[in-house]
Each structure stands twice: as C-alpha cells, then as structure tokens.
Write a protein that binds this ligand. Structure first.
Ligand code: MRU
Length: 377
C-alpha cells in the first residue's frame, strides 16, 4: 500500500509497529485509518485538533479499547501543541495552563464511556502535566511550556510502545491455551484495535504460527461488524485462513464440537473479574459454559479497573439506532423501529476460565488473584 498523502514528517513509530498501519503520527497531526470504511476502502482521515480526534473516537473511525487510549494520548499532545503555538506573550498564568489540561482531559475521556483504557491514558497525560506545573508558582514561561510539551510527546509515545510490548507478551503467555481444533473470536482485537499486533487476535496469530491446521472462526459481530469487516480484513492481510460466521451460528458450532476454545478482548475488567466487552460476548460465555468449552479473555493491565467492585457499575455505551436500522447506509428495517443498541455487555467473572495479561495468566478466584498480578491501576 502506498501512502502518497504522507508528505509530512512522521514523529515516531515504535520498533515493532505492525504491518497494518492503524495511524501515522506526524509533525502536523494524526492520520487515522478510517475503520468505518474498511474493508471496502483504505482511507486515512487527518486530525490536527482535539475536536477532530474526539470525533474520530466517538464516530469509531478508530476503535478498540487500547487503540482509543493511545489515540487520546496523542490527541492530548496535538491539542497541547496548538495551545503552545497560540501563546502570545512570553509568560502565562499557571492557572490558565491547568485549565487547558483539564479541558483536554475532560473532552477526551468523555468521547466513549466503557473502555477504561481511554480514561487511563488521559489521566496518565493529565497527571504528568500537573506534576510538571507544580514546580512553578504563579506563572510559567513559553520555554518551560515547550519543555512540558516534549515530556507529553514522550509519554504518549511510551503509552503506544508499552501497549505493543504488552500485546507481544500476552501472545507469548496465551500461545499454549489451545494446540488443535477450532478457536472462536468476537469483535476485533487485532492491530486495528491496539498499538499493534493485538490481544486476543495476537494470541490467535501466535497459535496459528505453531499449528497451521487450527481453525479460526470469526463472529461477524453485529451491528458494526468489527468481525466481518475488520478481523477478517486483518487475517486476510496476514494471510491467515479464517471462517466467518454470523453471530447466531456460534452456539450450534459449539454443540457440534467444532469449537475448542473462545478468546475475546476486553474494554474493562473489574475487581471480581467481571468483564465488559463487545455486545454478544456474554451470550458466547454462557454458551461456552453450557457446552463446557474454555472461555478466555485477553487484555493488558491498562484494561483493568480495580476501583470498581463488580460489573453492575460499568457504564455501558448506548449507540445510535442508525447502526441497527441501516447497513452501509441502506435501510434494513422500518425507520421508525425502536432499537436497543447496547454497544457492550458484561460477562460475569465466573464464566471466564482465565484472563491472559502481559504479566501472566490470571485464574479464578479473581478477587484474590487479580490484585496479585495487576498492581497500581
Ligand atoms: O466498539 P469497539 O469496536 O471499540 O469495541 C471493541 C471491543 O469490544 C474489543 O473487544 C475491545 O475493545 C478489546 S480490543 C483489544
């Protein structure tokens, strides 16, 4: 693929950046691969302001818990740069800088509610800004704000780099969960949804490297079709064979013993192991339990929310009726139909066989074992 639009200088790219280019971070802004258009078009959208990046997250140009966290961190840097270049005098009140930091943080964090990675990344950026500003009394010079800008740029890059490292470690830990048979995944948890490589899909990539005979089943994932449009596209690009199924086929395949394990990603994992993920995950977990099939969740530490006791407290995003009533802008139901478009559901920890993280595999009881492995989040 040629990137003729890329005339401006790329800021940085971590060493293991994937062959699938979810975004390019350049001196001028962020080019995001428009995931709404995949697989029909591979088109990048240019974002050089907070409002454009917030909108891209909200409208799902970019999606997937770790990816939106990293994008928000980069968005933080881009908006801070705009603020820096708008400064007139040589000195500015600390109060004003703090307000800008607060505004950027709020707007980014509220773009989507369920994935904790978003607020996790933004609060990391906010914290580092406020810690730096604490060193000054009332005013700060433009030169010092430039220093803060450089710190923020490094931090966003680190968040991206750490996510790739985490994914590679998750794949290493998870590669032995299955040696033969069929594996089913839901939604998209690959390079498009992360800093690179992927979580659940990263494990599947690794398992396939070991045994080319493994069968990979991909749920289409209604209504946004992350499975059909994105996971299938990624696997096709990676030359890994897969079988695409409609969501409602999964149960019967389990009954026919075609599925030996299920592995999904996560948007938020709370203290007792309850896990929010793409709508349909809960149904798969119940079906897996009924058919005695292991059900795994793969996620980095940044997806854990240890301040929340159980899944009841996880905010669930409700998206527009449009996503259910249309497909590629064509109407597929009477326009006046009432809809219930819950974007996520919560799978109780007791239906999850294990959670695969970059720090190791966590087994039940989760209340006891999660804090042993995941710290300071
Ligand atoms: O609405 P989306 O596409 O952002 O939902 C994505 C998912 O539910 C993924 O499974 C999850 O974010 C993990 S991505 C590694």
């Amino acid at each position: 693929m040629k990137f003729s639009f890329l005339k401006d200088q790329i800021i940085k790219e971590p060493a293991q950046a994937d062959l699938i280019k979810t975004w390019f971070w350049t001196e001028k802004g962020l080019y995001l691969l428009d995931q709404r258009k995949l697989p029909l078009k591979e088109k990048y959208i240019f974002c050089d302001s907070l409002s454009k990046i917030r909108n891209a997250i909200k409208e799902m140009v970019i999606r997937g818990a770790p990816a939106i966290g990293i994008c928000a961190a980069i968005g933080f840097v881009i908006e801070f740069k705009r603020f820096l270049s708008s400064l007139k005098g040589d000195e500015i009140l600390i109060d004003k800088v703090e307000k800008v930091v607060g505004k950027i943080s709020n707007l980014l964090t509220t773009a989507r509610p369920t994935a904790i990675n978003l607020s996790w990344a933004v609060s990391r950026m906010r914290k580092i800004s406020l810690e730096f500003l604490k060193n000054f009394e009332e005013k700060i010079s433009k030169k010092e704000i430039l220093q803060l800008y450089e710190i923020l740029e490094k931090e966003a890059f680190k968040i991206w780099e750490e996510d790739i490292e985490a994914n590679l470690a998750i794949a290493e830990h998870g590669k032995d969960i299955l040696s033969e048979g069929g594996i089913l995944t839901h939604c998209n948890t690959g390079a498009l949804a992360t800093g690179g490589y992927g979580t659940a899909l990263g494990i599947i990539r690794k398992i396939y490297e070991k045994n080319k005979k493994i069968k990979i089943f991909v749920d289409e994932t209604r209504p946004f079709l992350q499975g059909a449009r994105l996971t299938a596209w990624e696997l096709y690009k990676l030359k890994i064979p897969y079988i695409l199924i409609t969501d409602n086929t999964a149960g019967f395949l389990m009954k026919r013993q075609e599925i030996s394990a299920i592995i999904v990603g996560a948007d938020r994992i709370v203290k007792n192991g309850d896990t929010a993920n793409k709508i349909g995950t809960y149904s798969l977990a119940v079906l897996a339990n009924y058919h005695n099939i292991p059900f795994f969740v793969a996620a980095p530490s940044s997806t854990f929310d240890l301040d929340t006791e159980n899944g009841e407290k996880i905010p669930i995003e409700i998206r527009s009726s449009e996503e259910i009533l249309t497909c590629y802008k064509s109407k597929i139901a009477p326009s006046r139909s009432k809809t219930c478009n819950l974007a996520f559901d919560v799978t109780p920890g007791n239906l999850i066989s294990a959670i695969i993280t970059e720090k190791g595999i966590i087994y039940p009881p989760y209340e006891i074992n999660i804090p042993k492995i995941i710290k300071n989040f």
